[in-house]
Design a protein around this ligand. Sequence first.
Ligand SMILES: NC(=O)c1ccc[n+]([C@@H]2O[C@H](COP(=O)([O-])OP(=O)(O)OC[C@H]3O[C@@H](n4cnc5c(N)ncnc54)[C@H](OP(=O)(O)O)[C@@H]3O)[C@@H](O)[C@H]2O)c1
Length: 408
Amino acid sequence: MSSIRVAILGFGTVGEGVYKTIYSHQDKLSKALGKRVEVAAILIKNKNKYKNRGIDNRVLVTDDYEEILKLEKLDVVVEAIVGQEPALTYLQKAIQKGCHIITANKEMFAVHGSKLQDLAMKRGVGVGFEATVAGGVPVIQTLQQLLNINRIKKIEGILNGTSNYILSEMRTNHLSFSEALQAAQEKGYAEADPTNDVEGYDAFYKLMILSEIAFGGKPEWANVPREGITTITEEQIKGAEKLGLRFKLIASIQIVAGEIVGSVRPTLVTESHPLFNIEGVENSVSIEGDIVGRLTLQGPGAGMLPTASAVIEDLIHVVRANHHSLTQFSLKEGVGLVEDADEEGNQNWLMIHPGEAQLTSVPVSVVTETDHHIYLKADEPTITTLRKRNHQASFFEVLGEFQLKKSV
Ligand SMILES: NC(=O)c1ccc[n+]([C@@H]2O[C@H](COP(=O)([O-])OP(=O)(O)OC[C@H]3O[C@@H](n4cnc5c(N)ncnc54)[C@H](OP(=O)(O)O)[C@@H]3O)[C@@H](O)[C@H]2O)c1
C-alpha cells in the first residue's frame, strides 16, 4: 500500500497529539484514504529536547526546515508552531513544493489565511484550518456545510476556554480575577503570560477567521471592539447573578446595514441563551442561518487530542481533494448580506450604577430603570458616547431574553 507522507512542524501539545493520533488511528486513516499515513519528518527548535519523546527513529527530526523541503516525497505539511513567523514562510514554501497544508495557528491564519488560500488555489493544493477555531469543535466544517445553502446571519461564541474557566471559577467559587487566574495556571489552562487569552486577542483571531468563512471578508480590525475579562470584579459577577445573568467573554460577528460588525467583550448572558450554560474550559459556537435557524456546537476548545482530532479530519479532507475554501460567499456580490433583526443595529445593554445618568440627545430607548440599573437599547456608537459621559457607570451588552425587575 502506498503512503501519504506528512511533516509536522512543532512538537508541542498539538504536534505531539497529531503524531500520536496518526499512529493510534492508522487503521481508520488507511481505510478512509486507501493509503497508510506516515510521519516523514518533524521540525523542532532544539533536538536534545526531543530525544526521549517516543519519536520513531525512521522519522527525520530536524531543526532545519530546508531538510524537510528537500524530501523527495512529501504530501502534507501540518504546522503547529506559535506566532506569524516563521510559520507563514514555512507554509508558503510547503505550498510551492506542492504539499497540502494544515495549520492550528490562529494568529498566523487570522492575518495571512486568505493569502495562503490564494497561493494554495493557484498551486492546486488544499488548506485545512479547522484546529484554528475552537479546537476539537468542528465549527469550520459545519459552517462550510451550512453555507452550501444558508446565509449566515450571526455567529456568537465562547472561543477562549481559559477566560471561560476563569469566569466560571469566579462565579462558582467566589474568587477574584487573580485567584481564578492562578487556579487556571495551576491546572495548565492558562500560560505564564495569559495576555492573549484574558485580553481577548485569542478569541479575536478566531472570530476574524470565522468572519472570513461566513461573510467572505473581515471588518477593519481597528473597528472591532476588543475587551478582555481582566476588569471584571467578583462584585459585578455577584450582582449579575442576582439578576439571573452570567458574564461570558463573547465573540460575535454579524452583518448590520451591509457592514460586517464584530466584537469581543465580556457580555451578560441570560438563561434563555444557548451560551449561558457553557462552563469551564469548554468552547461553544452558536450560528444563525437564514434557513436552519440557530444551531449551537459545544466541546473541548483546546487540548492535545481534541485539537489533533480537528487536524486529522482536515488531513482526510485535503487528501481527498475536498479543499476548504475560505470564501464561499462574497460580500461584494451581496450574497452574504442578511440584515440583523434590528435594522438599526441596536443592541440591549445594561447600564450598572448609573448615578445621575446622562442619556439625553442620543438615540437611546430605555426599557426599564431601577435605582442601580438601566436596561436600554442603543447602537454601538451611542454606547461609546454614553461611556464617555457616564464615567461612574459600566455598560454590558445583554444576550437572550431579559426583564429587569423593578424589585432588584
Ligand atoms: N494547545 C492547544 O490546545 C491548541 C489548540 C488549538 C490551536 N493551537 C495552536 O497550535 C499552535 C501550537 O500550539 P501548542 O499548544 O502545541 O504550542 P506549544 O506546546 O508551545 O508547542 C509549540 C512547538 O513549536 C515549536 N516551535 C516553535 N517555534 C518553532 C520554530 N521556529 N521552528 C520549529 N519549531 C518551533 C516549539 O519548540 P520548543 O518547545 O523547542 O520551543 C514547540 O515544540 C499554536 O499556534 C496554538 O495557538 C493550540
